[in-house]
Design a protein. Structure first.
Lengths: 131, 310
């Protein structure tokens, strides 16, 4: 098993102390960790799935974009932030039309001391809802 | 492989009768292998001064000093290290990289007026400075792996092997920061795991009691309970408590060791956990299938007759 970089370890430590659902994404666009609030959002504990691909994440959540269409992997901010190396925000919907939870998904690319992007910190903000 | 301990104290030198048994010099470990005329030293705390005196008669051709970080207790002895002042000696200093300043610039903040009377440019030995890579490299017959670990400021730990035995040196380290537990399912998330995993001997920060740590979270050091948990998570065979707090007397260190051994002996024999002491040596001999702690000062030692990890 490959040692996680110090920066990724510190990012996970921070994410573990956040109240919002937070995700750590590595450079292969794999969600390598998510916090307790994210577990509630996803409806499953991290240990049940361990790492998630972007496609699996979208599928588990039945995530849709702001227009209600199924979210495309490239439209998810996690992947976009890794590719562009700038912060990305996108609206998303969780759940069926009419009863959807409106989310704002943000992703911060994490740039190490060597100037390279080593991952992203993602979070899902909502303006309400019971999830 | 032999390790000779010239300094095991952290933060600041702590000489005095109450610290005479385990020593008051700050971090410095000499690593001896089979390669002639080459020496490898871990950190340049105040203990390196006496190491330099012992090297005077050896007249080494090349000395490599691996610095874990540039806090003063790990570099303060450099200016008083004899071979540095010997013309013709090749001195290689390795240290953590910085994106903004070279290792030389950062060391020069100490080795220059007004803090030191001589400038680095005036040092007569043949000085070479290197950024320790997040990678594996060869030094003096050893394969060295360096990697960044959790401590205040840029800090690396080192893993050394001669192909037969492996040691890990993480003298300033707080792997428990932000972690609910160090007994983790996925050790790749532990700071320094790749350096310490399966080591025959781990020298690790054990500066605080558990109570002291609760008042010093984020200071970059570990409690005795944490270092034991960490060593178990990394599956090391033997643990040497290192970087002793300058306030801790010999008796207090021994109390910490007793606490550590109570936790450790659920995993391995209590004697596989020791207090690193100045003027002692670890002899790691795979052919004898043992690690011996050779004490040159009369402190009770240990003989570890366990199998050595490959």
């Amino acid at each position: 098993m490959r040692q996680r970089s110090l920066e990724l370890i510190l990012a996970r430590t921070l994410a573990g102390h956040l109240a919002v659902p937070a995700f750590i994404v590595d450079t292969s666009s794999t969600i390598v960790w998510f916090n307790e609030s994210a577990e509630r959002l996803l409806g499953l504990p991290f240990e049940a799935t361990a790492e998630l691909s972007i496609e699996e994440f979208i599928s588990v959540l039945d995530l849709r974009d702001g227009s209600g269409a199924p979210m495309k992997p490239e439209g998810l901010p996690f992947a976009a932030a890794l590719g562009s190396a700038v912060p990305v925000t996108a609206p998303a919907r969780l759940g069926p039309a009419g009863d959807a939870l409106e989310l704002s998904i943000v992703a911060l690319p994490l740039v190490g001391r060597d100037g390279e992007v080593f991952g992203a910190l993602g979070a899902a903000y909502s303006d309400g809802g019971s999830r | 492989m032999r390790l000779r301990l010239w300094g095991t104290r952290g933060s600041t030198p702590a000489p005095g009768p109450e610290t005479a048994r385990y020593g008051g010099n700050t971090s410095c470990v000499e690593v001896l292998g089979d390669e002639p005329e080459q020496w490898l030293i871990l950190d340049a705390g105040s203990g390196i001064r006496r190491l330099g005196i012992s090297l005077a008669r050896e007249r080494p051709r090349r000395v490599d000093i691996l610095l874990t970080h540039l806090h003063l207790d790990h570099v303060m002895g450099l200016g008083f290290f004899g071979p540095l002042w010997t013309r013709g000696t090749e001195i290689h200093i390795w240290g953590p990289a910085s994106p903004t300043r070279s290792l030389g610039d950062r060391l020069a903040r100490y080795l220059s007026p007004p803090l030191f009377p001589v400038r680095m440019s005036e040092i007569p030995s043949n000085l070479h400075l290197h950024d320790a890579p997040d990678d594996t490299f060869s030094v003096g017959g050893f394969t060295v792996t360096s990697g960044r670990i959790l401590h205040s400021g840029p800090t690396v730990g080192y893993r050394l092997t001669d192909g037969k035995v492996t040691i890990a040196y993480l003298p300033d380290h707080e792997p428990a920061l932000g972690q609910a537990t160090l007994a983790v399912e996925r050790p790749e998330w532990l700071s320094g795991y790749q350096l310490a995993r399966d080591a025959d001997l781990l020298l690790h920060d054990a500066q605080y009691s558990d109570v002291q740590y609760s008042e010093r979270v984020g200071w970059g050091h570990s409690s005795i309970s944490q270092v034991v948990s960490y060593a178990i998570a990394c599956r090391v065979s033997r643990l040497a408590m290192f970087h002793h707090d300058p306030r801790h007397s010999d008796a207090e260190l021994e109390a910490l060791r007793a606490k550590g051994r109570r936790l450790w002996q659920r995993y391995r024999p209590a004697s596989d956990l020791v207090l690193a002491a100045e003027e002692t040596e670890f002899h790691l001999d795979p052919e004898q299938d043992e690690v011996r702690l050779v004490d040159t000062q009369g402190v009770a030692g240990a003989r570890w007759g366990r199998g050595i990890a490959g």
